[in-house]
Design a protein around this ligand. Structure first.
Ligand SMILES: Nc1ncnc2c1ncn2[C@@H]1O[C@H](COP(=O)(O)OP(=O)(O)OP(=O)(O)O)[C@@H](O)[C@H]1O
Length: 249
């Protein structure tokens, strides 16, 4: 009989286990709070059914599930292409090892005041908070700026019929306005096609990047946040403040 002594555990094995565990942990963190997480729970349930079917000898069921698991990789890629793209966009060595910081209180205050003011005046706006993923391609199609963030400047930029009011403003991690009039990619999600283009643009960018996108609706005079491919319900001052307090950059 083979004993454990025949399989001595080496440093390489321990390294192997640590790396694989780390990868799984990182992967789960990436898909946490996305639609993929619900699917992972579903797959886990199917796996349990498979194990029971195999154990009690249900041949056809276990054969069917075995074949399903064989093509699981392909199924996952097809079902979650958008989530996978989003998760991969967030991977970078710098983001793995750098300690993330909160937005400054001053930045949060300016953003909340601005959303409230624009919503009250029914002025439409999209404000993008850039995080780890750089938005260079969007900047090049907008108008580059390098300005200190202020409520007055945002108000002026989005004021109807001015040269920069159309499109999105981008704010970098240092809290500076780095571009205005940027055109964002529209969401490809068929369930969101009834939204207006401003909201589809905000959702679209949040699907393909780690940015947090604030949207003020001109039509309804309310503000929302798009993040990880989801749009919040209309927010009030306190809820927006809470969301921004949880944003790590
Ligand atoms: N791809 C885009 N990227 C950035 N901004 C966009 C984009 N498409 C439209 N917009 C902005 O949205 C405005 C049009 O908004 P529209 O009324 O169609 O959408 P909406 O979601 O219903 O917004 P609202 O609730 O403010 O009316 C445009 O004038 C422009 O400023």
């Amino acid at each position: 009989m083979l004993g454990i002594a025949q399989f001595p555990i080496t440093v390489k094995d321990i390294l192997d286990i640590v790396v694989v565990t780390g990868c799984f942990y990182y992967l789960l963190r990436l898909v946490k709070d996305t639609r993929a997480m619900a699917a992972i729970n579903g797959f886990f349930l199917l796996f349990l059914i498979y194990a029971v079917a195999k154990f009690i000898g249900l041949f056809t069921l276990s054969w069917l599930l075995e074949n399903f698991f064989g093509s699981l990789f392909l199924v996952i890629v097809i079902l979650f292409s958008a989530d996978i793209r989003h998760a991969l966009a967030g991977i970078s060595l710098r983001s793995l090892f750098r300690k993330k910081e909160k937005l400054s209180d001053n930045t949060i205050q300016i953003l909340v005041d601005t959303c409230e003011l624009l919503a009250k005046k029914r002025i439409g706006a999209i404000i993008v908070l850039e995080r780890d993923m750089k938005l260079g391609d969007l900047l090049s199609r907008g108008v580059r700026l390098d300005a200190l963030l202020s409520k007055e400047l945002l108000h002026t930029i989005f004021f109807p019929n001015t040269a920069l009011h159309d499109g999105a403003v981008i704010i970098n991690k240092q809290g500076r306005i780095i571009a205005a009039s940027c055109v964002l990619p529209l969401t490809q999600n068929q369930e969101r096609q009834h939204f207006g283009t401003r909201h589809r643009a905000a959702l679209g960018l949040s699907e393909v990047s780690d940015s947090v996108v604030l949207v003020v609706s001109e039509e309804r005079g309310e503000f929302t946040v798009a993040q990880n491919g989801r749009l919040s319900n209309p927010l009030n001052r306190e809820r927006l403040e809470r969301i921004l307090n949880n944003v790590l950059i």
